[in-house]
Design a protein around this ligand. Structure first.
Ligand code: SF4
Length: 745
């Protein structure tokens, strides 16, 4: 069977049970009524799956009754999550059965962005996509994909190469690119390393929101619990250094609320104390000097720059000087214009501590590398900022834009001209299970299957110290025509002529994975003597291929000098824009993928306890100055735009700083997300992290105006609701209640 026939057959089979349902819009969640043969009515079965709701790639088990997926739990065998699942992972059921899911391909029936679409047959949609791509000049093609790592990312790179088009751009939280580059400089590894939190005694996290939505949240939350409670006689300590009180900071033993952008200075001062105090041996100091030949700032100078007392900086160095110390860097520290310097300075502390490749220390990222053989050997990637520039008319025009499982029109900053970025683009093809801000402006939407409806194989983007590849057969029958994005890559290649098709000699995605497993079988755990097909079948039964044992792999160490220390740049003058804006990912919305699900909208943010909306965190001191009370409606304006959102007064907020969650303010992402809250990216300009092509998401000043009273749905009590004699003993700088409360940013 040829590949396009296979896809057609899949689509017809998948759509058969939905034909009736498609006659009228389904007002409620989709319900599957297919019962696999051999299963009694009402009998539950658990089927292994791979969660693709974020790049962590956790293993899951799905409870299926009468063909319906009912419940998600973690796969205990998968080393990423060891049986845990986060709220976003649980909510995949509400992606699968979401009433706003696109079950068929759609073509625009009007002008761009007016929201009129009409369903079309899968074959016609693919033919239209192939026609548009095939008739464009190769250099006029642009690809934006949401999955940078793994098979799908590699297949997009291969397709771009085969077409002669520029390499794809990958849309990911921009801090991840900064963290990767910093890892290369500070530790000599090509990807973000593994931090052995569970076996550490003292962990200093500089900006990394280990327990929030960051890289591998389930893994690091479990590792944190192990560090704290998993050992009979020792309780590890977590010190969190960042400007905002994140969920991680709230759970830390110490929170050091640094001035935003001063994280690198703080890390360098700690390094100076470690060297002066003899906590680092001569060889470690020599290696560290490769990164930072110059002397570090004095603790007094650092205290002034960071607005944290010298005593506290000394105490941190003293704690790190003991056994089993580990430093994690990234997250908000990477989001400033000097973010690369900050993260290199943070990670470089591990070189001084001599913990590379040691239990409780830092390990080189571990991977089976199965996808590596698919991408062209010199495959690069196009910075997402460069695609935005092309779309604005700078450089080669975009004749065809392919956006795969990503929503750049929601996730790019306003400063890149996002509002009418697609007005000059040629054909826009979106691969998406939903209409979102980007798909709304597409000419063609090709629906995707969720990970529960398709064969899946995914390596975690963030290493957990041992190689792992999640593998799963479909857990339920597909509820629409959607397929895996990799199948669409293969189908496009198939239609684009022999020159392109010959580079893709596989019938479907499963054949791609089987071929790569076959190539590497001898080196895979238990692979010797097996056939690729039987090996993959066993892997799918277990939920994946997992290496045993402890983390291995010692990072080689610094690969060159760190970037120069600079002050963090912030767009907007302090006179006109009094506040620095810190965006963050709440565990309820993350970057926004889960915003179209009522479970997550209903989920109270753990710190603000806000539900069903976004909010502005502001200090009581600033609120008083502006006459702002709890839940008042505020207008927040920057040089790039303005949004409206409700106030949450929080004594843990540093005066002169406000914070807002990402993941809200969609123009179109279904009934639960559309128009709900504000998109904080509407405020952001175009400042990049120095030494990278990456957006600095914490480089914007804003003005705050009170518009009037308002209402917020909250699970807990607000700051103003506290009782008469009820003190809230949390100053913005804990343990330093007498420090002045003026703004230091
Ligand atoms: S951390 Fe990511 S991959 Fe793991 S369960 Fe949550 S959403 Fe899924």
């Amino acid at each position: 069977m040829r590949r396009r026939d296979f896809l057609k057959a899949s689509a017809v089979t998948a759509g058969a049970s939905l034909i009736d349902g498609c006659k009228e819009p389904e007002p409620e969640y989709i319900v599957q009524m297919v019962r696999p043969t051999g299963q009694l009515p009402g009998e539950p079965v658990w089927r292994p799956g791979v969660c693709r709701q974020c790049s962590a790639g956790c293993g899951i088990q799905v409870r299926v009754i009468d063909g319906n997926a009912k419940k998600v739990e973690g796969n205990e065998a998968h080393p990423v999550n060891l049986g845990g699942v986060c709220a976003l992972g649980h909510s995949v059921l509400q992606e699968l059965y979401n009433p706003d899911r696109l079950l068929q391909a759609q073509r625009s029936g009007g002008s761009r962005g007016d929201g009129s679409f009409e369903p079309m047959a899968w074959d016609d949609a693919m033919a239209q996509a192939v026609e548009a791509i095939g008739s464009a000049s190769p250099e006029g093609i642009a690809i934006i994909a949401g999955d940078r790592s793994g098979f799908t990312g590699a297949l997009w790179s291969r397709l771009a190469d085969a077409m002669g088009a520029p390499p794809p751009a990958f849309l990911e939280p921009p801090e991840m690119a900064v963290e990767r580059l910093a890892s290369r400089i500070a530790l000599g590894v090509d990807d973000y390393p593994y931090f052995d939190l569970a076996r550490a005694e003292t962990v200093l996290s500089i900006g990394a929101p280990l327990l929030d939505r960051w890289r591998s949240p389930v893994h690091y939350t479990r590792a944190f619990a192990e560090m704290r409670r998993g050992r009979a006689t020792r309780r590890g300590r977590l010190l969190q250094a960042e400007a905002r009180m994140s969920l991680t900071a709230a759970n830390a033993d110490e929170w050091l609320p640094l001035v935003p952008g001063s994280e690198g200075t703080f890390a360098r001062a700690v390094a100076g104390l470690l060297m002066a105090g003899g906590a680092a041996d001569a060889q470690a100091v020599r290696r560290y000097r490769v990164l930072f030949p110059a002397d570090p700032p004095s603790p007094a100078d650092a205290a002034d720059a960071c607005d944290v007392s010298e005593e506290r900086i000394r105490k941190v160095a003293e704690e790190l000087g003991g056994d089993g110390a580990l430093v994690v860097g990234g997250g908000s520290a990477a989001a400033h214009s000097n973010g690369l310097y900050n993260v290199v300075a943070a990670l470089g502390l591990n070189v001084l501590l001599g913990n590379l490749g040691r239990p409780g220390g830092v390990f080189a990222p571990a991977s089976f590398g199965l996808a590596r053989g698919l991408a062209p050997s010199q495959a690069g990637e196009t910075p997402i900022a460069e695609v935005a520039a092309r779309l604005r008319g700078e450089g080669t025009a975009v004749d065809v834009l392919i956006v795969a499982d990503a929503d750049p029109l929601h996730d790019m900053p306003a400063g890149w001209g996002r509002a009418d970025l697609l007005s000059g683009a040629g054909t826009v093809i979106a691969l998406s299970s939903f209409r979102n801000d980007t798909a709304l402006q597409a000419d063609l939407i090709l629906p995707l299957a969720t990970e529960l409806e398709r064969f899946e194989a995914a390596e975690p983007t963030t290493s957990v110290g041992v190689p792992a590849l999640g593998v799963a057969q479909p857990v339920v029958d597909p509820v629409g025509d959607g397929v895996h994005p990799a199948e669409i890559v293969l189908a496009l290649a198939d239609g684009l002529g022999d020159d392109v098709a010959s580079r893709f000699p596989w019938r479907n995605f499963q054949a791609v994975v089987t071929a790569r497993v076959e190539d590497e079988l001898a080196s895979l755990p238990g692979g010797a003597g097996a056939t690729a097909a039987s090996y993959l079948r066993d892997a799918a039964d277990n939920g994946g291929i997992f290496a045993d044992g402890e983390p291995r792999g010692t990072p080689p160490g610094p690969s060159g000098p760190a970037p120069e220390a600079t002050d963090a740049l912030v767009e907007g003058s302090a006179d006109e824009y009094a506040f620095v804006l810190l965006p963050f990912e709440s565990i309820k919305a993350g970057e926004g993928r889960g915003s179209n699900r009522p479970w997550l909208q209903e989920h109270p943010d753990p710190l603000s306890t806000v539900m069903w909306n976004s909010w502005v965190e502001i200090s009581p001191a600033d609120a008083e100055r502006l006459g702002v009370h709890e839940a008042d409606l505020l207008r927040v304006s920057s040089p790039s735009g303005s949004v409206e959102a409700h106030a949450v007064l929080d004594p843990a907020v540093r005066p002169g700083v406000i914070s807002m969650p990402l993941g809200f303010g969609y123009r179109d992402y279904g009934r639960y997300a559309e128009g709900r809250g504000a998109n904080v990216l509407d405020l952001m300009g175009s400042t990049q992290v120095e030494g990278t092509s990456t957006l600095a998401r914490a480089a914007t000043r804003v003005r705050v105006e009170r518009l009037g009273t308002g209402e917020l749905v909250r699970f807990g009590r607000s700051y103003e609701d506290r009782g008469e004699n009820e003190e809230i003993p949390v100053g913005w700088a804990p343990h330093e209640p007498t420090r002045p409360r003026e703004a230091r940013v």
